[in-house]
Design a binder for this molecule. Structure first.
Ligand SMILES: Cc1cc2nc3c(=O)[nH]c(=O)nc-3n(C[C@H](O)[C@H](O)[C@H](O)COP(=O)(O)O)c2cc1C
Ligand SMILES: [Mn+2]
Length: 508
């Protein structure tokens, strides 16, 4: 339950409004590493992040002294592989199991609270406002992350804000942004993404598309911007719902967009259909370089706003575990899928997970209590194609409820002991994918993809006679737990939740 006691002082979780508030809480659990030695934003900061990220659960890195960028700071991988930081972000106590957080987050995603407009003058992000000739985004410590990257990426742990001109819905999406010049950054969004659909609607009306990009957000807004929500509802509302209080925004006099008042840095301007530039390549979340060059729209920047001594946030995309697109997506994508399945009225869902090991988005695992013939196949197809789960994901595995979907070894064990390749695998073709998928060749065939569904549940027809799993007897387990240190073992015994019931068991 999410309404139990909270380790983080009661009531204060909701007081997170800014990256600074979030950092204070993360600091209190010892998960911020400050690096005061001088570090180069050209490859060095990313290399340090990659190496530090090899330790699962390691800290977020705050670079306080970036070469040539005095007065600016840089935070790399706010989430990393820490469930603690994910918990703080969704305003929960630390120390629960991953699937419990997914369950709580999926429930919170059903709440929506509209943003609250505050006076622009009182917004901390407006401490410094620069327009026209003063605009120079190269002053921020944007990193070049990988040796073959096309340039410095100011936008990774960001939210790009756009608006649908037909219904005024404000969208927050995380999209990569390469610096092209002092007043221009790339605006790459892949086909089907909301910012791309929004800008095309402005252009179809013969108007430039207003756009803002925000760096240094309360990580809850980053999480929401990086998650597939229903296309017609603003991520601000979902962030408010998860927060339990509205997100504070102000209305920009430059673009008319609603912008987060407590951000560290915002750039703003317009994007035009005939103004494009080569963007990329970029070392991506897949662990490969993605989409080299290619004409890409960019943002012509009219205005930048920033707090004093602002923090630029960055997300390293890399192979696991150094990938920022890992634990955060594991939790947020899984929670969205769970919320979508609930909305469709699918019963028996016991857990959802998106293994961070699978490039964050590559795989979905759902555990169910099988209730009727065809239930597992139905869950698999819906989890594969619902809004929260459809993008890129290649493998969708459904397991029984005695298997923890967040435990990859358990999932693999279920696959090899319960699925029958000739009967249990389905393929979906021509599905929503991305230009960033290295396996689709020649690259011209992208962004189409395919999906593989694996039913790794015990065959429903033979549930009653399926070979019983060898399980511990509860009483013996408890006796051994009580004797754990007497027996010479350190720490706590492993937590076991499935036990032999002795009821109706048939050994074949
Ligand atoms: C660090 C990071 C970088 C991302 N970069 C891109 C990108 O460059 N282009 C893109 O289309 N999606 C990118 N994504 C994925 C989108 O943020 C995600 O699909 C999100 O749902 C998009 O918002 P939307 O649903 O409002 O379109 C990125 C995600 C993360 C976490
Ligand atoms: Mn959206």
């Amino acid at each position: 339950m999410d309404d139990g006691k909270r380790v983080i002082e009661a009531g204060t979780e909701r007081s997170i409004k800014s990256l600074g508030d979030w950092l204070a809480k993360v600091d209190a659990i010892g998960e911020v590493k400050r690096i005061s030695a001088e570090v180069d934003s050209d490859l060095e900061a990313a290399t340090i992040t990659y190496l530090s990220g090899k330790t699962v659960g390691g800290p977020t890195l705050l670079f306080e002294n970036v070469k040539g960028h005095k007065g600016y700071r840089q935070l790399f991988n706010p989430f990393g592989t820490s469930m603690n930081r994910a918990a703080i972000t969704i305003r929960e106590e630390i120390g629960k199991d991953p699937i419990e957080y997914v369950r709580i987050l999926s429930r919170k995603m059903k709440e929506r609270i509209a943003p609250k407009t505050v006076d622009a003058k009182s917004a901390p992000v407006n401490q410094n406002i620069e327009t026209g000739d003063q605009v120079d985004v190269t002053k921020f410590p944007a990193p070049k992350m990988w040796p073959l990257d096309g340039g410095k990426y100011i936008g990774t742990a960001d939210a790009v804000i756009t608006q649908d001109p037909t219904d005024n819905r404000v969208n927050l999406g995380t999209y990569r942004q390469m610096i092209l010049g002092p007043k221009q950054v790339g605006f790459y969004a892949s086909p089907g993404k909301d910012a791309l659909l929004d800008r095309e609607r402005w252009w179809a009306m013969g108007k430039p598309a207003p756009v803002a990009a925000v760096y240094g957000l309360d990580p809850l807004l980053f999480l929401c911007a990086a998650t597939s929500f229903p296309k017609d509802i603003s991520e601000y509302e979902f962030a408010g719902g998860i927060n339990g209080a509205p997100v504070e925004v102000f209305k920009s006099e430059v673009t008319g967009l609603l912008l987060p008042a407590n951000a560290e840095i915002i750039i703003e301007g317009f994007s035009y259909p005939d103004k494009t530039a080569s963007e990329g390549p970029f070392g991506e979340f897949t662990g490969y370089y993605g989409r080299p060059g290619g004409a890409t729209p960019y943002i012509d920047i009219n205005c930048i706003r920033y707090r004093n001594k602002p923090i630029l946030t960055s997300a390293l995309m890399a192979d696991f575990p150094s990938n920022e697109c890992g634990t955060m997506w594991a939790m947020a994508k899984a929670a969205r899928i769970w919320a979508d399945l609930d909305a469709l009225g699918v019963p028996g869902i016991k857990g959802v997970w998106s293994p961070p090991e699978a490039a964050g988005w590559g795989m979905t695992v759902v555990s169910i209590e099988q209730r009727y013939a065809g239930h597992a196949a139905q869950v698999a197809a819906l989890a594969a194609q619902c809004m929260g789960g459809a993008y890129f994901t290649k493998y969708i595995v459904v397991v029984d409820d005695d298997v923890d979907p967040s435990n990859l070894p358990d999932v693999v064990w279920a696959m090899v002991t319960r699925s029958r390749p000739a009967q249990s695998i389905e393929i979906m073709r021509e599905t929503w994918s991305t230009y960033l998928d290295p396996s689709q060749n020649p690259p011209e065939i992208r962004p189409w993809g395919s999906k593989c569904i694996i039913n790794a549940c015990k065959e429903f027809k033979y549930l009653k006679v399926f070979s019983p799993r060898s399980l511990l007897k509860k009483e013996t387990y408890e006796t051994v737990c009580a004797r754990w240190s007497e027996l010479g073992f350190e720490g706590s015994p492993p937590k076991i939740t499935n036990f032999e019931t002795f009821a109706g068991r048939h050994i074949s």
